[in-house]
Design a protein around this ligand. Structure first.
Ligand code: ADP
Ligand code: MG
Length: 256
C-alpha cells in the first residue's frame, strides 16, 4: 500500500494531514506513533477509505483505493476504530458475525464456513465463554477484544487497529500484541496499528511511522529511527535508550 502525497481536511477545511508519504509493506506490522491530535486516526481513516483526501492518493494492489467497491474493500481491509458503539442488545457472537457480512448476500443463511471462522475469531480473542453475553455488559478490554474478533472474522489480509491496547490492563495489552504478532507470522497478515507505548511499538513493530501535527516526521525500522532526538522532537519528552539482551532496545522516559 502506497501513501502518495496525501493532504486531508475535514469539513472545517483545516488541513489535518500535510503531504503525507509512506509505504505499508505487506506482511509487516507497521505502528503509527505520535502525540494526541497529531493525525494518527485521520491517517488510518484515509488508509481505510473512510476519509477522502483532497490531494494525493492511496495505491492499493495496483489501483487507487477510491476505485474499489465497498464490499470488495471490506474483504481486503479490516478496521477496528478507536471508539466503537454497538446497540445495547448486541451479543458478542452476533457482533462477530457482522464480520462475515461482506461474504454474504442480504438474505443468504450463515454457512458452515461462517460458523467456523466466527469460532476461530472468538478463540483468538479469548471470548468463547462470552459469546452469548451482551457486549455492553463486558469490561472495556473485553469489548475491545470483541471488536477485534469482528475484524478477524472479516478474514482480510490487511488489519487496521486504532489504539487496540487502550483501556486494557497490561496483561491484555500484551495478549493483543502477541495476537497481532501471531496474525503476522501464522496468517501472513499486514497490520497497521496506533500505539501510545513507545516500548511496545519498538518491541512489536517492523516499521514505525512517527507523526507530529499532521506530518510524518520519520519512518523506518524501530532500532534505526527511535533516537532520543526523534522522541524529543515528537513528544517533547527526554528519554534514555537502553539495551537488554533479551528484549533488545528500550527507552526510559526521564522527564520533560
Ligand atoms: P490522533 O488520532 O493522532 O489523536 P486525530 O487524527 O484524531 O488525532 O485528529 C487530528 C486532528 O484532527 C485533531 O486536531 C482533531 O481535533 C481533528 N479532528 C479529528 N476528527 C475530526 C472531525 N471529524 N472533524 C474535525 N476535526 C477533526
Ligand atoms: Mg486517534
Amino acid at each position: 500500500m502506497e501513501i502518495k502525497d496525501i493532504t486531508f481536511a475535514y469539513q472545517d477545511k483545516i488541513k489535518r494531514l500535510h503531504h503525507v508519504n509512506a509505504t505499508i509493506q505487506k506482511g509487516e506490522i507497521t505502528t503509527i506513533l505520535g502525540p494526541n491530535g497529531s493525525g494518527k486516526s485521520t491517517l488510518m481513516g484515509v488508509l481505510t477509505n473512510n476519509n477522502q483526501p483532497q490531494a494525493g492518493q492511496i495505491i492499493f494492489e495496483g489501483k487507487g483505493l477510491h476505485q474499489y467497491k465497498p464490499k470488495e474493500l471490506a474483504k481486503k481491509l479490516g478496521v477496528v476504530h478507536q471508539k466503537n458503539i454497538a446497540p445495547s442488545d448486541m451479543t458478542v457472537e452476533k457482533l462477530v458475525y457482522y464480520g462475515r457480512l461482506p461474504y454474504r448476500n442480504t438474505f443468504s443463511p450463515q454457512t458452515k464456513e461462517d460458523a467456523e471462522i466466527v469460532e476461530w475469531a472468538l478463540t483468538c480473542t479469548g471470548l468463547l465463554e462470552k459469546r452469548d453475553v451482551p457486549l455492553v455488559t463486558l469490561s472495556g478490554g473485553q469489548q475491545q477484544r470483541a471488536w477485534i474478533a469482528m475484524a478477524l472474522a472479516q478474514k482480510t489480509p490487511f488489519l487496521f487497529l486504532d489504539e487496540p491496547t487502550s483501556n486494557l490492563d497490561i496483561y491484555f495489552q500484551y495478549e493483543i500484541l502477541e495476537l497481532v504478532k501471531r496474525l503476522r507470522d501464522e496468517q501472513g497478515l499486514t497490520i497497521v496499528m496506533v500505539l501510545h507505548d513507545i516500548n511496545q511499538a519498538i518491541q512489536y513493530s517492523d516499521t514505525i511511522i512517527a507523526m507530529k501535527q499532521g506530518e510524518i516526521i520519520k519512518t523506518g525500522k524501530p532500532e534505526e529511527i527511535m533516537t532520543t532526538a526523534l522522541i524529543h522532537e515528537i513528544y517533547g519528552v527526554d528519554v534514555v535508550i537502553k539495551h537488554d539482551e533479551a528484549v533488545g532496545m528500550y527507552i526510559v522516559p526521564i522527564g520533560i
